[in-house]
Design a protein around this ligand. Structure first.
Ligand code: HEC
Length: 201
């Protein structure tokens, strides 16, 4: 018994000699998994290209169910113009779509753009936004649904990007809703409402 106690004391002292080394781990497979875990890894993985357990998706692949999140138009003027000509609003202005759009609008947009879309949101009283939020009645006929979608996605001027907070479907609901806010609105379908507005004059 005496020797046993002495021996374990010796181990205890010797075992803690270098505080920078973890010492011997008992049953390490209890702490680190033998199967490959995507988010925890203690050793280089010889079976993957970059040594990581979790591999990068193949270039150009789109995750299942995320097709709509693939947005090819960059946050540049070219991207804005291209979105304006190529994007089509997939939604019809049904009561359901408009109600969903209104709900989102009252959370994400109303403080700047105002309840009626006239640019008189509560933030308009602050110096930084005073006078720069457009009146939809004036602005929307000069752009189109694709451009509006692009602006909501990437932001424009003092308006921030909203892609992080709104799914593509929600952004289209908003586009449909804001076009419904202006009287004799050009249809919230893409195309060239600017030209349509021109014809009306
Ligand atoms: C922080 C204030 C702010 C918020 C929040 C905001 N906007 Fe804007 N929005 C602006 C400003 C400022 C502009 C003018 C940008 C410019 O043309 O420079 C603008 C412009 C727009 C335009 C015209 C875009 C164009 O291409 O000319 C649309 C459409 C629009 N906003 C929709 C929305 C919608 C929908 C939301 C809610 C998801 C939203 N905005 C939230 C400030 C805001």
């Amino acid at each position: 018994m005496k020797y046993l106690v002495a021996l374990s004391l010796l181990f205890a002292v010797v075992g803690c000699r270098d505080s920078r080394k973890p010492g011997i781990e008992y049953a390490p497979q209890m702490y680190t998994s033998i199967p490959y875990e995507p988010y925890s890894q203690v050793a280089y993985n010889a079976n993957t290209k970059d040594g990581r357990n979790v591999m990068m998706p193949v270039a150009g692949t789109v995750a299942r169910g995320k097709e709509a999140y693939y947005y090819p138009y960059p946050a540049t003027d070219e991207g804005y113009q291209a979105a304006g000509t190529e994007l089509k609003n997939p939604l019809e202005p049904t009561a359901e779509v408009l109600a969903a759009g209104k709900k989102l609008y009252n959370v994400q947009c109303v403080h700047c753009h105002g309840e009626k879309g006239d640019g008189q949101g509560t933030l308009n009283t602050s110096k930084s936004y005073e006078g720069i939020v457009p009146d939809y009645k004036v602005r929307l006929p000069t752009i189109n649904a694709g451009k509006a979608f692009h602006t909501i996605t990437h932001g424009k001027g003092a308006m921030g990007a909203h892609a992080y907070a709104l799914s593509p479907a929600e952004r289209w609901q908003l586009v449909t809703y804001i076009y419904s806010l202006i009287a004799d609105a050009p249809p919230a379908q893409a195309g060239a409402p600017a030209a349509a507005a021109e014809e009306k004059k």
